[in-house]
Structure formats: C-alpha cells, structure tokens
Design a binder for this molecule. Structure first.
Ligand code: UDX
Length: 460
C-alpha cells in the first residue's frame, strides 16, 4: 500500500467486562470517524456470538474470559496480565501487516496500566481510558498518593471524604472498596486493583476520562492540576445524543444476549413517561430477600415496569411473580438499554448507578431512583441525588434491606408531584449539557479531535 494512503492505527484494549467494553467501543468509533484506523481487542470466547460490528471499527478476539470466580482474583489478574503481555506484540505485528496501517498507539483500559510497558517496548504511544467518574478517580488517586507516603488508612478515609474538589462525602458515599479499607477484607484485591490504575498515571502519553467538563468541573480541574487529563464523555452511541446517525445505535460487542421478544411493542403500548425501567447492570447480584422487596415495591407503586433480571439472578424472583405481573410488568434477561432509556414511555430508571448507566440516563434526560450496590456506585448515587439532583437515593433499613415501602415511596417521589417535576427539569438541563459536550466542537469532541490530529501528525 502507498505510504500516503496509510493511516495511523489505534489498538484499543478494554478489560473483559461489559461496563468497560461499551465506553471503549464508543471511543473507538469516535476515533475511527476522525480519519484513524481502529481495531478493538475483545478478551472473551463468548462475545462474538451476539456482536454486530461497531461501524468502522475492526474487532479481533483473544480467548481469555472475564472473571468467573473459579480461581482467586489475584491469580486471575496475574494470568490475564501474562497472557496480554505475551500476545500483544504478536497482535500488533500481525495487524500492522494485514491491515497495511501500522499500529502507532495502544489505547488501554486504566485497569491495565502495565500495557504502557508494552507500548514503550514497541515504541508506541500509550493512552489510557478511565471508565469511571472523575470524582471516583480523584478518590482513588489520592489513596494511591497517600499510600505511597505510608499514611494510615483511618487518616486517609477522613482526607478523601473531605476532599475540596469533591462533594462532601459520608463514609457510605465512598466507593465500597474504600469504605472497608481499614481492615483486610474480600475487597482488598479490588482496592489494590482500582488504586493501581494510578501506578504510572503521570507516565502515560494521554489520559482520557469518560466524563464531561461541565458535569464534574471541580474534580476535572483538580485532577488536571496533577497531570493533563482529557474528558471525552459521555461515551454513548451518537444516535442517542443527536438523533442523526441511524446506523450508530448499537453499542457493539456484547457478552449478553438480549431477549427482547415483544419488548418494543410492550413499551409502545404504554403511556408516555409511565414506565419504570429497572436494571442492576452486568455484575451486581442481589440477595433473594432484596429481590422480593423490589418486586413487591414495584407492584405497590402501581406503575408499569420493565425489569432486567439476568439469567443467573432469575431464581431469586418470588415464585410466579413474572406470570402474575404480566401486562403491567415485563421481565427480560438483558435489554437494549439505550433504546429503552430513549423510549418515550420510560419515566424513571431504577438503577445500581454503574457509571455507564448513570451517564446514559443523564444524557437521555431520564430521572433516576438510585440503588447503589458496590464499587463506584455509592459515589455515583451521591452525585445523582445531591449534586446533579436528577434522582432520589433509596435508604436501606438496619438490616441493609431496601424495603418494598421504600421502593414504592422513591418511585412515587420521582414519578409524581413537585419533587418529580424538579428532578425532570434538572434531568433536561444535564441532558442538554451532555449533548453540548459531545457535539462537534464541544469540549469532549475537541479533546478527541486533538488526540486524532496528534496521532496523525506523529505518524506522517
Ligand atoms: C461495572 C460497575 O458496576 C460500574 O459501576 C463501573 O463503572 C463499570 O463496571 P456494570 O455493573 O455492568 O459495570 O454497570 P454499568 O457501568 O452501568 O454498565 C452496564 C452497561 O451494560 C451499560 O452500558 C448498559 O447500557 C448495558 N446494559 C445493561 C445493557 O445494554 N442491557 C442491560 O440489560 C443492562
């Protein structure tokens, strides 16, 4: 191929979890729309079965599945790192030759900071994508810095919860791995993993964050005072932001198969703003008692509901609940979440507050009932309820259960009355700001353009 036809080629490397594959795929598509060649590596044997090719981005796979609990997390992460480190140089060489566009940049998930070493060995640019909020990144960054200075955990907890560029956080608002950090716990490996994202934070050539400037202005400015960071969010298919590119509706590689029989028709048959959409994302597993309280709470609210209960969670539903609520309620094992959130009949999203779900609801102007489960979700819930004021947050009882009365009350608060109106007004405001950031020439779009131009310049 003639040199002048060759493009700079980015190899995008998400970790094998849906909440990480989705934003990386969107980022890849945006880069591909800016005159770059982009290939995304998916680490799973399961994924291609339900994958539609994400536009102009090529997808390749390496057989290495997400964590399924068969070995310890630390062993899994060691094996993952060894496999990726071994296979990346071969893949880079192979793709550079087969596509005719030499790979010039490794764009990796921030949970794999060690990919930077491979980038350096191969003489490539190393760019990292942080897929969680900038507030959460700020918490982990500070913990990383203070751990380096051997500051004891109890002091560290107080410091991060009172940190000036963040909302005033109670301990219960901190990411779950941080809440219990004073004692050795099942979360210790996960805490090491999330804090480890910052091990070479200052060395990477580019740092991207799936957020937008106006959403987290103070946290973005503070983290940017430590080193340059580029907000590029919200990373959702462009169709949902501007309703123009019909063919950019799909997320792309999926680890789950949607079962949507009749889902759209069901939504079409409901009144505008009347449906509560309920989903706890791709990982969270609720207890049986909690599932039953949600079920009865939904029923008591009198609202129609569409509830995603993954196949592995289905046995926790009360007996006959799905059959008895048919008509008023629909239960599916996986949805096309963006299509659902964009549907006119959906009036409220009861969510676990995963960062993607949070950004998706916010960008589509859907008010939320925040029911965080673990990881970054408590912090996201705090911002949803108290900072952006686009939803209400449930309160658990002394046994840690969110009762049916609480579920009903929170849904009513969002769906009815003056508080609901106020939340809807705020949701509209944030939806517009999200669109402005992503629009051509908006703050996030500018950062993506700058990166693409820099890669193209260095390549030629
Ligand atoms: C996890 C963590 O929970 C989250 O907090 C972190 O920020 C990323 O990793 P997950 O639990 O899967 O992610 O939640 P979320 O971040 O919301 O991502 C789920 C993705 O799957 C979203 O993009 C959502 O649109 C999609 N989804 C979810 C579907 O397409 N269909 C569904 O039925 C449910």
């Amino acid at each position: 191929m003639e040199k002048q036809n060759r493009m700079s080629h980015v190899l995008a490397i998400p970790i094998p979890a849906q909440g990480h594959i989705n934003p990386m795929t969107q980022f890849s598509k945006r880069l591909a729309s800016k005159e770059l060649q982009v290939t995304i590596v998916i680490f799973s044997s399961k994924v291609l079965k339900h994958t539609r090719r994400p536009g102009s981005v090529q997808v390749v796979t390496i057989d290495f599945d997400g964590y399924e609990g068969k070995i310890s997390l630390d062993d899994y992460l060691r094996q993952f790192r060894a496999t990726v480190t071994r296979k990346l140089p071969e893949l880079v060489a192979e793709l550079s030759t087969s596509s005719g566009h030499p790979i010039s940049c490794l764009l990796y998930d921030s949970h794999m900071p060690w990919v930077l070493e491979t980038a350096r060995q191969l003489g490539l640019i190393g760019a990292s994508l942080f897929t969680q909020s900038c507030a959460v990144d700020t918490v982990y960054y500070n913990i990383h810095e203070m751990q380096q200075k051997k500051i004891p955990p109890e002091k560290l907890l107080v410091t991060v919860s009172r940190f000036p560029s963040l909302a005033a956080l109670e301990i219960a608002d901190l990411p779950s791995f941080v809440q219990g950090m004073e004692s050795e716990s099942e979360y210790s490996s996960l805490l090491n993993q999330v804090v480890g994202q910052f091990s070479n934070f200052k060395d990477a050539d580019w740092i991207f964050v799936n957020t937008f400037n106006t959403l987290e202005e103070e946290a973005v400015n503070w983290l940017a005072s430590q080193r340059s960071i580029k907000p590029i969010g919200p990373m959702i298919p462009s169709f949902y932001l501007d309703r123009q590119l019909e063919d950019d509706k799909e997320y792309g590689p999926s680890l789950f198969k949607p079962n949507l029989d009749g889902c759209n028709e069901w939504l079409d048959s409901k009144e505008t703003g009347s449906v509560v959409y309920v989903s706890f994302g791709s990982l969270a597993a609720l207890g049986g008692e909690q599932m039953a309280e949600i079920a009865w709470g939904l029923k008591r609210s009198g609202c129609c509901f569409l509830w995603v209960v993954r196949e592995s969670e289905r046995k926790k539903l009360p007996i006959n609940f799905a059959e008895e609520s048919s008509g008023n309620g629909l239960i599916v094992t996986w949805s096309q979440q963006l299509e659902v959130l964009a549907h006119r009949s959906v009036g409220c999203f009861m969510t676990h507050c995963g960062w993607n779900s949070t950004l998706e609801a916010l960008s589509l102007g859907v008010p939320m009932v925040a029911m965080p489960q673990w990881t970054d979700q408590p912090t996201n819930a705090k911002y949803i309820a108290d900072v952006w004021q686009v939803g209400v947050r449930v309160k658990a009882n002394e046994k840690g259960i969110v009762t049916k009365e609480e579920v009903e009350g929170c849904i009513r608060e969002v769906m009815e009355g003056e508080r609901g109106n106020e939340i809807r007004r705020n949701s509209e405001k944030w939806m517009k700001l999200a669109q402005t950031a992503a629009d051509e020439g908006g703050s996030s779009d500018k950062n993506i353009t700058e990166f693409a131009a820099d890669l193209a310049r260095k390549f030629h």
